[in-house]
Design a protein around this ligand. Structure first.
Ligand code: GRF
Length: 194
C-alpha cells in the first residue's frame, strides 16, 4: 500500500511511520511527503529515507480548494492509496476529501471530541482533566473531526507542563499511527470503492 504523508513541521510521526516500515511492523511504502512549509523537518526526514519530499507553496494557489486540488494531483501521480495527515496545519477542503473519501486519516493529541484545534495539550491542562491521550480518525471537513478509528489514553500528572504532557502523548502517537495504518493496509478498517 502506498501512503502519502502531509506534514507541516517536525515530522516525528512521519519518522515513526518510516521506522515501522524499516522494522517490518508496517508493510507499506511512503510514496511522497508533502509540506506547506518549505523548511519543514518532515521534508528532510523524507529525503533521508529516499522518499520524495515536496514543498507545495500555498501562496502559489488562489485558495484552499485550488491548493487541495494540486495536492490531489500530486498524490495521484505517486499512486497514493492512503493519505496520512501528521501535523498538517491546514484545514482541508472537499477538493481533497472527496477523491480520498475514507482514505484520509489524521492524528491528534487529545481524546477527541475533547480539545480539537491548536494546543490540545494546553487545553487539556487548562481544563484540569486527569486523562488525555491521542486519537486517529478519518478526516471530514471539520477540524479534528470525523469517525474515530483508535485512541490511546495517557495520564495527566499533577506536575505536568505542556511540554511534559506533549512528550508523553507523542510517545503513544508514534506507536498508534503505524498500527492503524497497518490495520488499514490489512483491510480491517473498511475502505470505500475507489
Ligand atoms: C502531533 O502531536 C500530532 O498529533 C499533531 O501535530 C503534532 C505533529 O508532530 N497533529 P510531528 O510533526 O509528527 O512531530
Amino acid at each position: 500500500m502506498v501512503i502519502g504523508v502531509l506534514a507541516s513541521g517536525r515530522g516525528s510521526n512521519l519518522q515513526a511511520i518510516l521506522d515501522a516500515i524499516r522494522l517490518g511492523t508496517l508493510v507499506a511504502k511512503v510514496g511522497i511527503v508533502i509540506s506547506d512549509k518549505k523548511d519543514a523537518m518532515a521534508l528532510a526526514r523524507a529525503r533521508s529515507s529516499n522518499v520524495p519530499g515536496v514543498f507545495l507553496d500555498p501562496k502559489a494557489y488562489p485558495g484552499r480548494e485550488a491548493y487541495d486540488a494540486a495536492l490531489v494531483s500530486l498524490l495521484a501521480t505517486h499512486k497514493v492509496e492512503l493519505v496520512v495527515l501528521a501535523g498538517f496545519m491546514r484545514v482541508v477542503t472537499r477538493a481533497l476529501i472527496e477523491p480520498y473519501k475514507n482514505r484520509i486519516i489524521n492524528i491528534h493529541p487529545s481524546l477527541l471530541p475533547a480539545f480539537p484545534g491548536l494546543h490540545a495539550q494546553r487545553q487539556a491542562l487548562a481544563h484540569g482533566v486527569k486523562i488525555s491521550g491521542c486519537t486517529v480518525h478519518f478526516v471530514d471537513e471539520q477540524v479534528d473531526h470525523g469517525p474515530i478509528i483508535a485512541q490511546v489514553a495517557s495520564p495527566v500528572e499533577p506536575e505536568d507542563t505542556e511540554s511534559s504532557l506533549s512528550d508523553r502523548i507523542l510517545a503513544e502517537e508514534h506507536r498508534l499511527l503505524p498500527q492503524v495504518i497497518q490495520q488499514f493496509a490489512e483491510g480491517k478498517l473498511g475502505r470505500l470503492p475507489v
